[in-house]
Design a protein around this ligand. Structure first.
Ligand SMILES: [Zn+2]
Length: 304
């Protein structure tokens, strides 16, 4: 069995069937053990720590009350160890350091900075929170009529106050694929990446397309290779801002690379031996939370 990717575990029981009951949610909000995760712009609250590991900092109802949020601004994430977890966006505050509950021995940090330092479950909680908070921020108006939308179902639906349309949190599928040819893999560098950064190929799934179809099309477009034997590996929620990465392995039918010169600036074949030390080290001490590294490591060590 494959080890889950970062951000896939969060230990939260979502109770989606309960979320439509507003009284249930409001009772939970003021329950003794409810905990609150503030979200500020792209950042979450992290407990300061002298060690390399860090933890989410959770606020009590009393602490979150000083921000005078309305009930519908609290998003129910789920229960974890019998504790209800709520998220609330405080991005409108200009200077969070003025508030004792957002400063002191805690700091606001981006998940990109702290992902590897958190436990897997806490990383998963922040990935889920980040995706939901950003969806709310960018869906305040109805895509059908332009009317104002309101948060409902404990923050998992936005309903248009004008035409009644219901809008649900978005997750945009993207494919990420390791393309091999015998004992080597194709790695590419995007034009806006540093000179020494190479990774596997990736792209969005387009309307009317399957993920496998997107793998074949993207590889052809970006590096000019035809691929076969497209096999699903694993998925990863990627809340930067709202993707679901679908990881694939695919085999090229030739090794003649021809880059598109638009997205990709450079592409090359790298052998298993070249990648081996880095891939083996990855399992001891991951250097990135992304599924890209995981695909490479699993290919090198023939775990998949
Ligand atoms: Zn509308």
């Amino acid at each position: 069995m494959l080890k889950p990717n970062f951000f896939t575990e969060n230990g939260l029981e979502r109770l989606s069937e309960k979320r439509g009951d507003n009284n249930w949610k409001n009772d939970l909000l003021i329950s003794e053990n409810a905990v609150f995760l503030p979200f500020w712009r792209t950042k979450s609250l992290i407990q300061d720590s002298a060690s390399a590991n860090c933890e989410i900092s959770l606020l009590s109802y009393e602490e979150i009350s000083q921000f005078n949020r309305k009930d519908d601004e609290f998003i129910f994430l789920g229960f974890r160890n019998d504790t209800p977890y709520f998220l609330t966006d405080l991005s409108d505050i200009e200077d969070p350091s003025q508030y004792s509950s957002l400063s002191g021995n805690r700091s606001l940090k981006d998940l990109r900075e702290v992902g590897l330092s958190l436990s897997r479950e806490e990383g998963g909680i922040l990935a889920y929170s980040r995706a939901l908070a950003q969806w709310h921020k960018t869906h305040k108006f109805c895509g059908r009529c332009g009317g104002k939308t309101e948060s409902q179902s404990a923050g998992h639906v936005r309903r248009c106050s004008n035409c009644g349309a219901e809008h649900f949190p978005r997750t945009d599928p993207a494919v990420i694929m390791l393309v091999s040819y015998g004992e080597k893999v194709c790695l590419a560098r995007k034009s806006d990446w540093p000179k020494d950064r190479f990774s596997v190929l990736a792209g969005f799934v387009e309307p009317g397309e399957t993920p496998e179809g997107a793998v074949i099309r993207e590889v052809k477009e970006e590096v000019g290779l035809a691929v076969t034997n497209v096999r699903y590996h694993s998925a990863q929620p990627w809340p930067f801002p709202a993707n679901l990465m679908l990881g694939y392995f695919a085999e090229a039918v030739s090794d003649e690379i021809s880059i598109d010169d638009i997205e990709i600036e450079e592409a090359k074949w790298v052998t298993r031996e070249d990648l081996e030390p880095e891939a083996l080290a990855y399992f001891e001490n991951p250097t990135s939370v992304s599924i890209a590294r995981r695909l490479i490591a699993d290919w090198v060590t023939k775990k998949f």
